[in-house]
Design a protein around this ligand. Structure first.
Ligand SMILES: Nc1nc2c(ncn2[C@@H]2O[C@H](COP(=O)(O)OP(=O)(O)OP(=O)(O)O)[C@@H](O)[C@H]2O)c(=O)[nH]1
Ligand SMILES: [Mg+2]
Length: 325
């Protein structure tokens, strides 16, 4: 039985930069036990005034595009050259792999994982998108309170998790491969529209020319999208995580974005909107959980489902009956 810490044990440890306590607190926010959740909320409330001072970056792209290798290269640049403190989190609700994608990938992030200014945390395994999104967002706040001033949130660019990640970050980076059609890359137009920057990966060896061509194509394609509320025109770069070429350029684009949107007020406004969205999302989720946990609902749900399936009762009527319980 692990020792049970108090809320202030956690919050003081986190604020002092204690990585073990940070990890334990993230485990706490990932827990679905009501007693853990209560404690987790106390910890979050205690550290919240110290959170928020970071740049939050979403990173997405189809499996194999080179996300892990790129995060290792850019991450090392940030901690070594720029003196940043980086945290890498993941939203990977589909992962059945032990501990999620990042852990299986740690071989690709060896040096970064071992760096004292970097903190890497895999996606909680076996949870719904809503559950993973909530705990990742809370983990992000804990990392900020621990002094991490750059947060990467990685997700695999194939499903709905991009929208969830987009809703918790300041800047959204899409990794693409040259020489493969969009269909091949499984990237939907909606995901391209969310991107503040695209980098064409693996621009090395015989691939460089194709990468330059792809860059021009994507830049043109992005110009066709209406200007985003940020008033920022997304930029396309090419990079190789293998040689390191073009990797710092991606960070320069981000710094330009942050400077521009901070000056315009959009940066702060977007965070406020995200907080509000999160308030309503939390209410919606807890109402739903409470509803399905009611004994009367649990007793009658199956029978009403059956009635709706067989057309004996309308969905609307059955829902009304359950909600009235
Ligand atoms: N030539 C070249 N190969 C690269 C580069 N970056 C990654 N790769 C290779 O591409 C493959 C996939 O890289 P990962 O970093 O694991 O890709 P990923 O997007 O994290 O993949 P998932 O975790 O499965 O979603 C590996 O074999 C890498 O060695 C690069 O810049 N140049
Ligand atoms: Mg990976």
């Amino acid at each position: 039985m692990p020792k049970r810490f108090s809320a202030s044990d956690y919050s003081e440890g986190i604020l002092a930069g204690n990585r073990v306590r940070l990890s334990q607190a993230i485990t706490l926010v990932e827990s679905t036990l009501p007693s853990d959740q209560e404690l987790a909320q106390q910890v979050l409330d205690a550290v919240l005034p110290h959170a928020g001072r970071s740049v939050r970056v979403g990173i997405t792209g189809v499996p194999g595009v080179g996300k892990s290798t790129f995060i290792e290269a850019l991450g090392l640049h940030l901690v070594r050259e720029k003196g940043h403190r980086l945290a890498v989190l993941a939203v990977d609700p589909t992962s059945q792999r032990s501990g999620g994608s990042i852990l299986g990938d740690k071989t690709r992030m060896n040096e970064l994982a071992a760096h004292p200014q970097a903190f890497i945390r895999p996606s909680p395994a076996g949870r719904s998108l809503g559950g993973v999104t909530r705990s990742t967002r809370e983990a992000l706040l804990l990392c900020e309170a621990a002094g991490h001033d750059v947060i990467f949130v990685e997700t695999v660019g194939v499903g709905q998790s991009e929208t969830a990640v987009h809703g918790m970050v300041d800047f959204f980076l899409l990794l693409m491969l040259a020489g493969a059609g969009d269909e091949l890359q499984g990237i939907k137009k909606g995901i391209m529209e969310m991107a503040d920057a695209i980098t064409i990966t693996k621009a090395d060896g015989g691939n460089e020319l194709a990468a330059r061509r792809a860059r021009a194509e994507y830049q043109n394609a992005l110009h066709l999208f209406p200007l985003a509320p940020s008033k920022w025109s997304p930029e396309v770069t090419i990079s190789s995580a293998l040689t390191g070429q073009g990797v710092p350029d991606v960070w320069q684009v981000l710094e330009k974005y942050v400077a521009q949107t901070r000056a315009s007020g959009y940066f702060a406004q977007r965070r406020q909107e995200q907080n509000l969205h999160w308030l309503h999302e939390t209410i919606r989720q807890s109402l739903e959980t409470q509803f399905y946990a009611r004994p009367a609902v649990q007793q009658q749900l199956a029978a009403l489902e059956q009635a709706v399936r067989e057309g004996r009762q309308s969905a609307f009527g059955a829902a009304g009956q359950l909600l009235g319980l």
